[in-house]
Design a protein around this ligand. Structure first.
Ligand SMILES: [Zn+2]
Length: 294
């Protein structure tokens, strides 16, 4: 599932783009269908949490993978890897070598595609918390908060003591980049049930959860597969994510599965309703704080 590390890797794969010129623009989203960036130079491509940005001419192309999105890169004329109707944006760029074929970049099944002027960038990302995979997350001041990205993340999470820690970690307004798989594994590594309220967990454990999220995501950021257990063998990489009914690797109890929606985070206007429904996995023996959870 695409999380901040997936988008960082995608951005890394697209670093051949800056310095190239767009030769054809085809945005297959009604609102931007007439957009034309032909002849414009690609200045920069970068991730922010789960969002991908491309600065082209004076325009920003803003995309999100959501659940199923994928970008494919090939020479013009080559067969697409997915059905044409799934394409949301098709960009052609000048070739690598003079006389070569243009390069085609196709965004399939993207959660959204938006274009806006460069000057709107700050306002567009204003709602997002610090990017957990920003190299300077632990050290640099975040915007004008006077705090590092790490400290601002902790402050934002602590503002809502009644809220489930598992929901707070997933809220992109607190910290950008953490998704469901990391949330599940971090809460296991913390030994806490994902629904434990922030206030009950307390500041020290919230700090640990943020530091652990950063460390684990940073370690995994360039790898082909996320590893939480230290064991890279297929089927051995996770403690709880996707392991409902199977034996806990630490204690042998059957891993539980439910959703975080309704009981703790329900009715929370700050949390996307789709996120609310996202599944949680936990070990009933190793993770404390919600022993009554069904
Ligand atoms: Zn266990």
């Amino acid at each position: 599932m695409p999380e901040g590390d997936s988008v960082l890797q995608l951005s890394n794969r697209l670093q051949w783009m800056p310095g190239r010129t767009i030769t054809r623009t085809d945005v297959r989203v009604p609102r931007f269908a007439t957009a034309n960036l032909d002849g414009q130079l690609v200045h920069r491509v970068w991730p922010y949490g789960k969002h991908l940005f491309m600065h082209v001419g004076d325009t920003i192309i803003h995309t999100h993978l959501k659940m199923e999105g994928v970008w494919s890169i090939h020479a013009v004329g080559q067969r697409w890897r997915r059905q044409a109707y799934t394409a949301r944006i098709v960009l052609r760029l000048t070739p690598q070598h003079p006389g070569g074929a243009d390069i085609e970049l196709v965004g399939h099944d993207l959660g959204f595609v938006r274009l806006f002027p460069l000057s709107d960038y700050d306002a567009t990302v204003a709602h997002l918390g610090p990017d957990i995979l920003d190299p300077e997350f632990p050290t640099a001041l975040f915007r004008d908060t006077g705090r590092t990205g790490r400290d601002e993340t902790i402050r934002r999470i602590m503002r809502r003591p009644e809220r489930a820690l598992g929901a707070a970690l997933l809220d992109q307004k607190n910290v950008a980049g953490i998704g469901n798989e990391y949330r599940a594994e971090i809460m296991f590594l913390m030994g806490l049930h994902p629904a434990i309220p922030v206030g009950e967990a307390g500041l020290k454990r919230v700090e640990r959860a943020v530091d652990l999220s950063r460390r684990v995501m940073w370690e995994n950021r360039l790898g082909p597969k996320r590893v939480f257990t230290g064991d890279r063998r297929p089927g051995m990489t996770a403690y709880v994510f996707g392991r409902a009914g199977r034996a806990c690797r630490r204690c042998g109890a059957a891993i539980c599965k439910s959703t975080l929606g309704g009981r703790w985070a329900g009715g929370d206007p700050e949390l996307d309703s789709a996120e609310l429904e996202r599944i949680i996995w936990w070990c009933p023996e190793c993770q404390v704080g919600r022993e009554d959870w069904e």
